[in-house]
Design a protein around this ligand. Structure first.
Ligand code: OOG
Ligand code: NI
Length: 440
């Protein structure tokens, strides 16, 4: 998919080379960080790490994609309500959940379902529903392969290439719209996002995001290369200990499309696809997340991220958020994996076994606490990304309520709770430490 997108959106290739240059120089400058990435296995994922995003129109499209992602080892994690930010969708992210899978391929796909009920104009809503009901985003053969794989509890190897091709086709860009120009305009007037979801053959991947170790350098680098970067980086400010997720993007490209009533060179344009870069930090516990939400709300105040002094406001608000790994750990604000050191492993083979308690083991240098990386998304940041690639000017509000039940009914399964997953990773590591060091 990365290759396909690079061919479709050449600027994406520029982002990839920018990010890999930055990652290399950060690792050269901070050997400790490099060593930590090597220890945790995260170094392997650095160059291949991506997230992408798609938007679908119907419950059936969503549940079929869920089946495809399940075959690839990706589960729906978390529910995000974007309607509060004036975007008529709700979303989840499909991703691997086991540590070994995350290190092998941490690819996540942010998947949004259009909330047609938020279109006020009933006639337009019905028309949009009819158009969506008439399209098929996955080919018959693709669906057949899904069924075979589900029956056999895994995709038979002989179908692997064909399956990948079918899946890739789902996310391909189609310059030929399935609506006429006027319908497109009406959908667009209701909301640009509605036009994006309804007017095309399928849910084109709208961005693919590489991961950087220094997003401030990436933001600077984009500007230097003349790429029109978003004015603010979403998420927390720059810190010594990165938390959660920071994101920046370049604005959507204007692309030529052909509507069903276009003849010859009467061609329209559509803006949907953009570029994004992210930097991930440590996952926060519910207590840490509450503190994060408070700090962010304080920084944004009434003006959101639009005020001129936003960067300073953000720094000031986050002064309340401890910026020290050990304090984050002691205060239970973030998740950690506890791993024996080489010395610790030696000790478990000798009579030193029996040192009790995590703090004592840490002090004795027998184990270390490694930060668990945040694998998910942030609704306020996602809304900012949506907004900036919708042209920024689009400000709407919906009285809609979050509707996780409706979303899960469409999806066909409940979404997983990310806090539970991080807690499990931490608990598994503690159980292993307990096993190694208890007794004597
Ligand atoms: C998804 C926007 C959200 C992120 O990184 O928060 C997102 C979209 O525009 O479809 O990708
Ligand atoms: Ni994104």
């Amino acid at each position: 998919m990365s290759e396909m997108y690079r061919a479709e959106v050449p600027l994406y290739g520029d982002l990839i080379s920018l990010v890999s240059e930055i990652n290399q120089s950060v690792m050269d400058a901070f050997p400790d960080l490099k060593a930590r990435l090597e220890r945790s296995g995260e170094i392997a994922r650095l160059g291949v790490e991506r997230h992408g995003a798609i938007r679908v129109g119907t419950a059936q499209e969503l549940s079929n994609l869920r089946r495809i992602f399940a075959l690839m080892g990706m589960q729906p994690v978390a529910y995000y309500d974007l309607s509060i930010a004036g975007v008529p969708v709700h979303s989840t992210a499909f991703r691997p959940v086991e540590r070994s899978d995350l290190n092998a391929s941490p690819f996540r796909i942010f998947t949004s379902l259009l909330r047609l009920e938020l279109i006020e104009d009933v006639a337009l809503r019905d028309k949009a529903a009819a158009i969506l009901a008439g399209r098929q985003i996955i080919s018959d053969r693709g669906l057949e392969l899904v069924e075979i794989a589900e029956e056999k509890n895994g995709l038979p190897l002989e179908h692997k290439d064909e399956f990948l091709q079918e899946v890739l086709n789902v996310f391909r860009w189609h310059p030929n719209a399935i609506v006429d120009h006027e319908t497109y305009r009406n959908l667009h007037d209701a909301h640009r996002l509605i036009a994006d979801v309804v007017s095309f053959k399928g849910p084109h991947i709208n961005h693919l995001t590489p991961s950087t170790l220094d997003i401030d350098a990436a933001q600077e680098g984009m500007k230097q290369r003349g790429i029109s970067a978003k004015s603010v980086i979403e998420g927390p400010p720059a810190r010594k200990v990165p938390i959660l997720l920071r994101q920046t993007s370049f604005t959507a490209l204007e692309e030529v499309v052909c509507f069903t009533d276009d003849t010859g060179d009467a061609q329209g344009t559509h803006t949907a696809r953009f570029g994004e870069i992210e930097q991930r930090g440590i996952a926060l516990t519910p207590a840490g997340r509450t503190l994060y939400d408070q700090c962010l709300a304080e920084a944004r105040g009434a003006s959101g991220s639009t005020s001129e002094d936003y960067a300073e406001r953000l720094q000031r608000a986050f002064a309340h958020f401890p910026d020290d790994m050990e304090i984050l750990r002691k205060q239970g604000l973030a998740y950690f994996r506890y791993v024996p050191t080489a010395e610790g492993l030696n000790a478990t083979q000798s009579d030193h076994k029996g040192t009790q308690g995590v703090d004592k083991l840490l002090e004795a240098g027998l184990i270390v606490a490694e930060p668990i990386l945040y694998e998910d998304f942030l609704p306020v940041s996602a809304a900012g990304i949506f907004q900036s690639n919708l042209g920024g000017a689009e400000q709407r509000s919906y009285d809609a309520q979050a509707s996780q039940d409706t979303f899960e009914a469409a999806l066909g399964v409940p979404v997983l709770d990310p806090f539970v997953l991080y807690q499990q990773l931490q608990d598994e590591s503690l159980a292993e430490v307990e096993r190694l060091f208890s007794g004597g």
